[in-house]
Design a protein around this ligand. Structure first.
Ligand SMILES: [Zn+2]
Length: 301
């Protein structure tokens, strides 16, 4: 699904990367074979590669065209970024901007960039390398970023918090992908309820990072929740208690995931995570005291 409609908003999927990532036992904190095995077949091949035993993942962004504004949600890993502690996303050379052009957009057409959270694979194309300097890629855009992630990641902030996996994987990120946006005077810092456009609102989803936010798009008959990394993989719809190894605040991340899945089920909303393969989105049904995903035949207009 590379284009769909929510009310009057046309949504375009812009792919950056796809491939095998890591075994489920690496990504999921709380993984058990008993939790995974019953669903492994259902996830192959679009979400799990049985040949390698690795999860199959995507990096993708979304352009929301309201007719008045073009909003780019999440900006992937970016090209030329040195990520020594996560080689799979280090010094990528993808044709993301070519994919954006094929969807009908040049970088200067983007009016607003929104990052669900500050992690290397969500802020990468905020900047690109021009003559040895990191410059804003979307030169006419304002960039909306979660306020609570600023204090967490800005190395000049005394309250900066990351350690362990988060600090290692995201080393250098703030400097090459966020600080140049702030220096260019293009950053806006969002909190709960930030209105990006009419009917398009940011809601707080803390846990994966302190500032993580989801973008709610309310149409007349349908609505979508662009949830970033609240859910990485459909296994977490069956197992909301499974965090990813990259969740900065584990207890809060589990609580938020359950709350968001509740909301998606109650509203029959389209759940649009950052890294899903297959149809790249899901609906969430209740099953017993938990949930199950619907991954195909989503009834999109
Ligand atoms: Zn991510």
């Amino acid at each position: 699904m590379d284009r769909f409609q929510i009310g009057t908003v046309t949504v375009h999927r812009i792919e950056e990367w796809q491939g095998t990532f890591a075994p489920p036992s690496y990504l999921f904190q709380g993984y058990t074979p008993e939790g995974w095995d019953p669903h492994a077949e259902e996830f192959a091949p679009e979400y799990f590669d049985p040949a390698t035993g690795h999860l199959y993942a995507f990096l993708q962004s979304w352009v929301l065209d309201t007719g008045k504004q073009r909003i780019l949600f999440d900006t992937g890993a970016g090209n030329d970024k040195d990520r020594p502690n996560i080689p799979v996303f280090s010094n990528l050379q993808t044709d993301f901007l070519g994919n954006l052009a094929r969807a009908g957009f040049q970088p200067e057409d983007i009016d607003v960039v929104v990052c669900s959270h500050i992690h290397i694979d969500h802020v990468g194309w905020n900047t690109r390398l021009v003559e040895g300097r990191w410059e804003p890629t979307f030169r006419n855009a304002r960039y909306v970023l979660p306020l609570a992630d600023r204090a967490y990641w800005d190395p000049d902030d005394a309250a900066a918090g990351p350690d362990g996996v988060g600090a290692a994987v995201n080393a250098g990120m703030y400097e090459d992908s966020v600080a140049p946006i702030v220096a260019a005077g293009r950053a806006e810092w969002a909190e709960e309820g930030f209105a990006v456009a009419e009917g398009i609102t940011l809601l707080s989803c803390p846990g994966h990072t302190p500032g993580s936010m989801m973008l709610e798009v309310a149409g007349k008959d349908d609505n979508a929740l662009f949830v970033g990394d609240v859910v990485h993989h459909p296994a977490q719809i069956y197992r909301p208690e499974w965090n990813s190894v990259f969740c900065e605040a584990p207890d809060q991340a589990r609580e938020t995931r359950r709350r968001v899945l509740d909301l998606a089920a109650d509203r029959k909303a389209l759940l649009v995570p950052a890294h899903f393969g297959g149809s790249h989105m899901a609906r969430v049904l209740r099953e017993g005291t938990g949930f199950r995903p619907v991954l195909g035949a989503l009834g999109l207009s």
